[in-house]
Design a protein around this ligand. Structure first.
Ligand code: PNW
Length: 481
């Protein structure tokens, strides 16, 4: 049994007990709760910010960068909000030193960034574009010169357009492994943490089944399942490629938005229900990676549409990981029942509070349950929260301030519940806030701002929001207050 040493709500056991309901910690500022002491995070806990290449870099035509599927998609009428594109975005391609300064001012120890595959390999394969690699060398060196540890995502959706058939083609995972090997060889002397892919469901299902993201296809189930398979195969081959091309000790993982199931009541039956739902719902992705095989229930459910698997695929896909990264935004509630599955996923109440993006429904306990479900199911050695944050209808005042109190509320609540996971001994090593800057929010274009720095997209001026100030305090104290 895990030793529970929770002491969130004051110094006495009695006080702690008073601030829980059905074993669930209440928000620490709940009405009537005892005056809280600071929630201290473990010594050495890593604080960071996260971004992604296509969302911040711009410089789309600079120095030989090749086209990605997101260039094509965003330039196709009707695909993004007001037809907005990442052509310029935050112009971080030119302003990266300023962005590292922002990180430095926050006091973060880590930064999660992604590499644009088509900047380094314009067609997705050899020949390399040396100027593309140069850019990432410069960014990495600038981070290290400022004592900030880079965590690199190899693929955050900007697939080179020239790769024939994209993720439908079995050659694409192989091309990805070659690209991963190259990055490992050239950055692995200075970068020791890699994430292969970001959020399978977004670049497979949303791109190839539902058409909401690049490349905007609506394939039938069998083809779409094959795309999913190629996605996880790419991950597995890249894990092997990075390990083979970097010094030993290099840490490899991924960033995944596994659906987070929260038990409606914190009792053993509902907790088990949440675990079962986590395993089933993430069957085509995280579950298969963790178990090295597709769950029987998934294969049965997909029947003739199940993916075609070749010899060696599952060994690669099941490669042991050094850490699992979780991107956490919103919960799904679940309860135990008498059905064959043993649970039912509950519909979200129509009056549920949500943030500026309607899909971000507020339920901060999800961050605790994401860690607990994944660790209890698969005993992973280390967890990072690779994304957590929210959009907000930010307004820049004439005095140049942004009072994003709703973002601060969202972050404080999530970190309060993440703290519970650390107190209970789950191996949470670090937290990356999404995002450093307002940026290109995919199909929502620039209409949704996720940054803790406000960006004026006409002038590229960055302004710290209240949340940046709050995050700086949190990092300095290694505690949520
Ligand atoms: C993540 N949904 O994407 C991505 O990793 C980021 O690039 C993105 O900017 C961030 O979250 C905020 O959206 C998601 O609709 C996009 O459920 C959409 C969804 C989930 C995650």
């Amino acid at each position: 049994m895990r030793k529970i040493t929770r002491r969130q709500f004051g110094t006495t056991v009695a006080a702690a007990a008073a601030a829980t309901y059905a074993g669930v910690a209440l928000p620490r500022f709940a009405f009537g709760a005892p005056l809280p002491s600071a929630l201290n995070f473990p010594k050495g806990f890593l604080w960071g910010c996260a971004t992604a290449s296509y969302q911040i870099e711009g410089g789309a035509a600079d120095d030989g960068r090749g086209t990605s599927v997101w260039d094509t998609f965003s330039h196709t009428p009707g695909k993004t909000y007001h037809g907005e594109t990442g052509d310029v975005a935050d112009d971080s391609y030119h302003l990266y030193k300023e962005d590292v300064r922002l990180l430095k001012n926050l006091g973060v120890s880590t930064y999660r960034m992604s590499i644009s595959w088509s900047r380094v390999f314009p067609t997705g394969k050899s020949p390399v574009n040396p100027k593309g690699l140069d850019y990432y060398n410069r960014v990495v060196d600038e981070l290290l010169a400022n004592n900030i540890t880079p965590y690199i995502t190899l693929f955050h959706w900007d697939l080179p357009q020239e790769l024939p058939g994209g993720w439908q083609n079995r050659d694409t995972p192989k091309a990805f492994a070659d690209y991963a090997a190259f990055i490992g060889k050239h950055l692995g002397d200075r970068v020791h943490h890699f994430m292969t892919t970001n959020e399978f469901v977004c670049f497979t299902d949303l791109g190839y089944r539902y058409g909401q993201f690049a490349p905007g296809l609506k394939l039938a189930a069998a083809e779409a399942n094959q795309v999913r398979h190629h996605g996880i195969l790419a991950h597995g081959l890249a894990v092997q490629a990075i390990r083979a091309n970097t010094p030993s000790g290099t840490q490899v993982g991924l960033a995944e938005n596994a659906t987070v199931f929260v038990p409606v009541i914190e009792t053993p039956e509902h907790i088990t229900a949440a675990q079962k739902a986590t395993r089933d719902d993430n069957a085509p992705f995280l579950t298969t990676l963790m178990e090295g095989k597709y769950p029987d229930s998934y294969l049965e459910q997909e029947g003739a549409n199940a993916p075609k698997v070749e010899p060696g695929d599952m060994e690669a896909i099941g490669s042991k990981l050094d850490f699992v990264g979780l991107n956490i935004y919103t919960p799904q509630y679940v309860r135990a029942d008498d059905s064959k599955k043993g649970y039912v996923v509950l519909p979200y109440p129509t009056s549920a509070p949500h943030m500026a993006s309607p899909w971000i429904v507020l339920g901060p306990e999800c961050i605790y349950w994401s860690v607990r479900n994944v660790c209890d199911l698969w005993k992973v050695p280390a967890i990072y929260i690779t994304e957590n944050g929210t959009s907000s209808d930010d307004v820049l005042t004439p005095e140049g301030k942004v009072y994003d109190t709703d973002r601060v509320m969202y972050l404080r609540n999530h970190l309060t519940h993440l703290h519970r996971a650390t107190e209970e001994g789950y191996p949470v090593k670090g937290y990356f806030l999404w995002s450093l800057l307002d940026n290109f929010e995919w199909a929502d274009g620039y209409s949704k701002r996720f940054g803790i720095h406000y960006v004026d997209f006409k002038t590229q001026k960055r302004t710290p929001k209240l949340s940046a100030e709050w995050y700086r305090e949190t990092i300095a104290k290694n505690a949520v207050e």
